[in-house]
Design a protein around this ligand. Structure first.
Ligand SMILES: [Zn+2]
Length: 108
């Protein structure tokens, strides 16, 4: 039996970034997916799943776990990568509107 674990911590994606919430899934100690959420807005900033671990529902499991702990939102539809957009549509849930003034708000 492999051991699947979800852990939550705070982590800086890089030196320049503010710390973010991070939910990580590990299987037998190997990280198979990470979900990063901004602390101020609850916006999902990044979902990372190495290619060999994709299509297993790991990121969706992280999304569901995170959503039970804090209020989280998908990025504005107009700001998503194609992968992020597919993810948001597949797991469902609320998204933030664009707050940066760069998008007309009739998208979606
Ligand atoms: Zn925008």
């Amino acid at each position: 039996m492999s051991e699947r674990q979800i852990t939550r911590d705070m982590h800086r994606p890089s030196e320049q970034d503010e710390p973010m919430h991070r939910w990580s899934m590990t299987i037998d100690g190997e990280t198979v997916s990470e979900l990063w959420v901004a602390t101020d807005t609850g916006e999902i900033m990044q979902v990372e799943t190495p290619r060999e671990h994709q299509r297993q529902g790991y990121a969706a499991a992280l999304y569901r776990q995170a959503a039970t702990e804090i209020t989280i939102y998908h990025a504005p539809a107009s700001h998503r990568t194609p992968e992020g957009d597919r993810f948001a549509r597949s797991v469902g849930g609320d998204a933030l509107p664009c707050r940066y003034g760069c998008c007309t708000d009739d998208e979606e």
